[in-house]
Design a protein around this ligand. Structure first.
Ligand SMILES: [Zn+2]
Length: 307
């Protein structure tokens, strides 16, 4: 009887253990299932997000192709992205219309202004002073003369002022003025820079900087000065203007080229050679240079008398 009792107890225990094991296995399966479901859900969400991004990129490309303009940098949702091209096209059409009206108005205004301007034709500049040969327009004749036999006085006061004819420029300079070769074209393009870098003096005046409407003007008050400074630069200063003809002439081209680096060194050298040969002032500066180099005297003065 006792044995039967024990056997019944152990069977119950065994059943309990089995039930517990079943329950554990069930929970484990449930957990696995749950994790799998969660995984699948996450994957589905990620997949949907990628699809949305692909769609947005496709829409952007379509917008660029269709409207030839970059789409908005951020498109919040697919719905708005589909609407954007239409809105943008409307906006662009409106902008084009406004621009067209504006340019149309401008053209009309310019046309009206041109119509209101009276053309004044001076004719050909074909009149010549019989005394000095200066060229004139007919309207520049003396008020006392008539069109049949015009006379002119603003040139030479009827032959009272006799000016020597202008000297022919040196051949090298004439060639730079007139030739169609590349160095001559380059020279004419930078002619003011070449003039500045070879000038012996700097310009000084009381300049009026006021600019009103119309053609730009260069106005000065009072006296015009040509400043030349000392023959040699002051301690710690770079040589400038006439000083460049005297100081450190061994590196003259480099010194001048450093001032304006766009200039052609060969043209610069040729112009210097020409000035050395033809210009009396440059010859004087070179003479001063030679005196300083040979240490003839510590005190050298150069006096230029204005005629
Ligand atoms: Zn004249």
């Amino acid at each position: 009887m006792l044995f039967r009792q024990e056997s019944s107890d152990s069977r119950k225990l065994c059943q309990k253990r089995l039930a517990k094991e079943r329950q554990t296995r069930f929970r484990k399966r449930q957990k696995i299932n749950h994790e799998r479901i969660m995984d699948e859900r996450q994957k589905r969400v990620a997949k949907e997000r990628l699809a949305k991004e692909r769609q947005a990129r496709l829409i952007k490309r379509q917008n660029i192709k269709k409207n030839n303009y970059p789409p908005e940098i951020q498109i919040p949702s697919g719905q708005e992205a589909y609407e954007a091209p239409d809105l943008r096209q409307k906006k662009l059409a409106k902008e084009r219309q406004v621009q067209f009206r504006k340019s149309n108005n401008n053209e009309r205004r310019i046309s009206d202004e041109l119509e209101s301007i009276l053309l004044h034709d001076l004719g050909q500049i074909d009149q010549i002073c019989v005394h000095c040969g200066a060229k004139f327009w007919m309207e520049e004749r003396d008020h006392s003369s008539n069109r049949a036999s015009p006379t002119f006085s603003i040139c030479c006061a009827h032959g009272k002022v006799l000016l020597p004819p202008l000297a022919e420029p040196p051949l090298y300079l004439l060639n730079l003025y007139t030739s169609s070769e590349s160095d001559a074209i380059s020279f004419r393009k930078n002619i003011r820079h070449y003039n500045s870098v070879l000038a012996c003096t700097s310009f000084g005046a009381n300049i009026d900087t006021f600019q009103g409407q119309g053609i730009s003007n260069f106005c000065i008050h009072g006296q015009v000065y040509h400043q030349i400074g000392s023959l040699l630069p002051e301690e710690g200063h770079q040589p400038a203007f006439a000083q460049l003809y005297i100081y450190d002439s061994m590196h003259e081209i480099e010194n001048r080229h450093n001032v304006i680096q766009e200039l052609d060194k060969e043209i610069l050298q040729n112009l210097l050679n020409m000035l050395d040969e033809c210009n009396p002032y440059i010859k004087n500066f070179r003479h001063v240079r030679d005196l300083i180099q040979t240490n003839v005297s510590d005190d050298i003065f150069m006096v230029i008398y204005a005629d």
